[in-house]
Design a protein around this ligand. Structure first.
Ligand SMILES: NC(=O)c1ccc[n+]([C@@H]2O[C@H](COP(=O)([O-])OP(=O)(O)OC[C@H]3O[C@@H](n4cnc5c(N)ncnc54)[C@H](OP(=O)(O)O)[C@@H]3O)[C@@H](O)[C@H]2O)c1
Length: 286
């Protein structure tokens, strides 16, 4: 069985390649794609096949995917352009003779009001209609999304959000990558939608407590209204679009859009997901 991973120049895709290698797939059985040749070079040095291929370039994608049985389609990062990009990738996969696709989506993409979900929902429809066997892995938030917030708390002693009592069932990118690799390698996942998350849905009060423990200083969670949050972000120098986006994400968390802690990921990887405290302790040592 051979595998091709898109977004392998990014954080998650690279870790999916690492996980496939760690799970015993020979390097020659893996193709890594992305746009930045310099980020593919370290993988090529280890014997992984690499191809530079933009999602806009159907020909390059078809060439890169040729010979692979399974495509791990890591969702792109260019918000607003992703549905067309993912469509091109799926069409290229079919043209190249790929038989199965694993797509990294968003939690409850079919029903959630999460601000980032519409492109994932549309892509899931394309995946189902692609003619390929498919598995959708809906990744909850990365714990790493909060690395900057925790670093800031080292100086300020507070984490400011408009999440209220909302919870996030995050896991690390490494956990999700191991899950995606297990799905790609495993049997019996065709036609399944997996809700991948951390084992625990934590609140931002708990994030602040974990940050305090890791940093060795008091840290509090200050929950403000969405309007106060927007004003604070603008005062901190964010542009209006970014501030609005951050507030919209927090509104989703407040609603409970990311609170669903499932057993899907821990079952796939055969171990608990990485606890919040472990991840934060690692950051504090940097
Ligand atoms: N669950 C979460 O918390 C969360 C958070 C952030 C993002 N995401 C989603 O998960 C994906 C993976 O996360 P990540 O942290 O690995 O993101 P990342 O480090 O930003 O990686 C994004 C990858 O997408 C590739 N890409 C973007 N536009 C492309 C294009 N036009 N053609 C070909 N490749 C393109 C990038 O390639 P180059 O680097 O070579 O340009 C890179 O490899 C993101 O793209 C996003 O869809 C999820």
């Amino acid at each position: 069985m051979s595998y091709v991973v898109t977004g392998a120049t990014g954080h998650l895709g690279r870790l999916v390649v690492e996980s496939l290698l760690a799970q015993g797939v020979p390097a020659a059985g893996i193709t890594a794609t992305g746009r930045r040749a310099e980020a593919l070079a370290p993988l090529a040095d280890r014997g992984v096949r690499t191809h530079v291929a933009d999602y806009a370039d159907a020909g390059a994608l078809t060439k890169a995917f040729a010979g692979a049985d399974v495509l791990v389609l890591v969702s792109g990062s260019e918000v607003g352009r992703r549905v067309a990009q993912h469509r091109t990738a799926l069409e290229a996969a079919a043209a190249a003779g790929v038989t199965r696709v694993v797509y990294t989506s968003a939690p409850h993409a079919d029903t959630t009001e999460l601000v980032l979900a519409p492109e994932h929902r549309a892509t899931e429809e394309l995946v189902r209609a692609s003619g390929l066997a498919w598995t959708i892995v809906r990744n909850n938030w990365y714990t790493e999304n909060y690395e900057g917030v925790v670093a800031q708390a080292r100086g300020t002693g507070e984490i400011v959000t408009s999440t209220g009592q909302g919870r996030v069932a995050s896991a690390t990118r490494e956990d999700y990558a191991a899950g995606a690799a297990a799905v790609a390698r495993g049997e019996g996942h065709e036609g399944r939608v997996l809700e991948l998350s951390g084992d625990v849905a934590w609140s931002f009060d708990e994030l602040a407590a974990a940050a305090a423990e890791a940093l060795g200083r008091p840290v509090v969670h200050r929950s403000v209204s969405p309007e106060e949050h927007r004003e604070a972000l603008l005062a901190a120098g964010l542009d209006a679009g970014t501030a609005g986006f951050v507030v919209a994400l927090d509104e989703g968390i407040r609603r409970g859009d990311l609170a669903d802690a499932t057993a899907d990921l821990r079952t796939l990887i055969g171990r608990p997901t990485t606890p919040l405290a472990t991840t934060l302790a690692g950051w504090a040592q940097r």
